[in-house]
Design a protein around this ligand. Structure first.
Ligand code: AP5
Length: 227
């Protein structure tokens, strides 16, 4: 089933630590199901690049690998979800990350008479995350993600998606910041696994395997959640 045949817009949450593959998998699900990927990390990086007040407040916090304030993130997410394309259904990548954010999302969805289709926990060992993050880079043109070892472009130096030849690495993908991000995940975000289990929408998936195998597992989960 794709977005055109869904009765109510799907709301999928990808939960998982830094480097779990949330962005990689969200992009694939977006294509497969016609949903819109909403990454609060991408929205915040855009706000930083644009020099907005929210971006100025977020910049140093992100560089330190800590969580940006709930109010800034909730406001950014609420504004983005009000845009017309989100009526197709959304994949939330990196939001919510705290219980306050999860409760705000519940309130936002209740206002629209929507509910969470599934909260999918991508389960990965900490050591693997460091390997994934340290090899990550993206196309500067379209944002397609790659990895030095695990996901190289088919033609060296050329983006498979848009043909671009410029690539970039994230400022917070360094060993020191990754340790802070992991610690923020365990302290503030991992409790959401219990939160969504309590709402009976939690699905768990082993995200230690190959990108394509995990994608197949996720497609099955999403297909049954949006039916
Ligand atoms: P954000 O941008 O959300 O970063 P993150 O959660 O740390 O997650 P990543 O983007 O690092 O990883 P990912 O799971 O998407 O992995 P990816 O698919 O790229 O947040 C950045 C910062 O913004 C936060 O630290 C915080 O300050 C702030 N922020 C954002 N949202 C917030 C919120 N809600 N509240 C407060 N603050 C917020 O994969 C990683 C690499 O591994 C890639 O190279 C990929 O090719 C490769 N890979 C993927 N899957 C596999 C696999 N199965 N096998 C091998 N390699 C793989």
């Amino acid at each position: 089933m794709d977005a055109a045949t869904m009765t109510t817009p799907a709301v999928l949450i990808l939960l998982g630590p830094p480097g779990a593959g949330k962005g990689t998998q969200a992009r694939m699900l977006e294509d497969k199901f016609g949903l819109v990927q909403l990454s609060t990390g991408d929205l915040l990086r855009a706000a930083v690049a644009a020099g907005t007040d929210a971006g100025k407040a977020a910049k140093a916090v992100m560089e330190a690998g800590e969580l940006v304030s709930d109010q800034i993130v909730i406001d950014i997410l609420r504004d983005r979800m009000a845009e017309p394309d989100c009526a197709k259904g959304v994949i939330l990548d990196g939001f919510p990350r705290t219980t306050v954010q999860a409760e705000a999302l519940d309130g936002l969805l209740a206002e629209k008479d929507q509910k969470i289709s599934a909260a999918i926990s991508l389960e990965v060992e900490d050591a693997e995350m460091v390997i994934r993050i340290s090899g990550r880079y993206t196309c500067a043109g379209c944002g397609e993600g790659y990895h030095d070892t695990f996901k190289k472009p088919s033609v060296d130096g050329t983006c498979d998606n848009c043909g671009g030849t410029e690539f970039k690495r994230r400022a917070d993908d360094n060993a020191e910041t990754v340790a802070s991000r992991l610690s923020a995940y365990h302290a503030q975000t991992a409790p959401l696994i219990t939160y969504y289990d309590g709402q009976s929408v939690l699905k768990r998936t082993n995200a230690m395997g190959k990108i394509e195998d995990i994608a197949r597992d996720l497609e099955d989960i999403v297909a049954s959640a949006v039916n």
